[in-house]
Ligand binder design. Structure first.
Ligand SMILES: C[S@@+](CC[C@H](N)C(=O)[O-])C[C@H]1O[C@@H](n2cnc3c(N)ncnc32)[C@H](O)[C@@H]1O
Length: 228
């Protein structure tokens, strides 16, 4: 297990992750506050009409609980993570009537196809050994008509980007190029693909066509990106 994955399993990190670690490191990486990231999540996932939501690699539930406050009254947000210390913090700090947690691996989600109206994965794909396998799992469990949101690392396409890739790799973090996720989403039939880049983080959203929509629409889904 590399340094980054060991760190995520450390009880000491779980204790400070939500209040100190995430706000500080994500601000340095993106220039964005946790509040801005939470608003992005609620808006892009269109939670007002999402009854079943999955927060993959939820950590201490720092987004899970917030999202659960924005789903309909009969909605529910499930957080899934493999780290026992993170899940212990999630239960202690971020449980609620519409938020619950399960232990599992993002690469083998224990849910049937099309289970969720909205699926997100924030700040984790760069830690997962098979990130594209995990991304395909996100798409698999998303229901037709559902929405998906990802925040992950971004490697600029210049020599500085190559330097950041090498530096991050030392600790086991992966830096993704700008096309990896938009291209995978488009190839998987997702539509309404949008990408924003903020410093070293990229924010990608997409939707799975509603049942029957693909036949009606025909042709290729359009992908747009901003800030790349
Ligand atoms: C940096 S935290 C992100 C927490 C939260 N989503 C956020 O954006 O603040 C990364 C989380 O990914 C989890 N993780 C890494 N690999 C995973 C995997 N294969 N399956 C499930 N969780 C994983 C870690 O345990 C850790 O809690």
């Amino acid at each position: 297990m590399n340094l980054a994955r060991r760190t995520m399993n450390a009880p000491a990190l779980a204790a400070v992750y939500e209040r100190v670690w995430r706000p500080t490191l994500f601000y340095l990486a993106s220039g964005r506050s946790t509040g801005a990231d939470r608003r992005f999540a609620v808006d892009s996932l269109r939670l007002g009409s999402a009854r079943r939501v999955l927060d993959i690699a939820c950590g201490p539930g720092n987004f899970t609980h917030y999202l659960s406050e924005h789903v309909p009254a009969d909605g529910y947000v499930t957080g899934i993570d493999y780290s026992p210390p993170m899940l212990a913090r999630a239960l202690a700090d971020n449980a609620g009537p519409r938020a619950g947690y399960v232990r599992g691996d993002a690469r083998f989600l224990p849910f049937a196809d099309g289970t969720f109206d909205a699926v997100c994965c924030f700040g984790a794909l760069y830690l997962i050994p098979d990130p594209l396998v995990a991304t395909r799992e996100m798409i698999r469990v998303l229901a037709p008509g559902g929405r998906l949101a990802v925040t992950t690392s971004y490697r600029p396409g210049n020599p500085f980007g190559e330097l950041t890739r090498r530096t991050a790799a030392v600790s086991g973090l992966r830096m993704f190029g700008g096309r990896t996720f938009p291209d995978l989403f488009a190839a998987s039939g997702l539509v309404d693909i949008d990408q924003q880049v903020h410093r070293f983080l990229q924010y990608i959203t997409a939707a799975k066509p509603a049942a029957g929509a693909a036949e009606q629409r025909g042709g290729h889904p359009a992908a747009s990106n901003r800030g790349v």
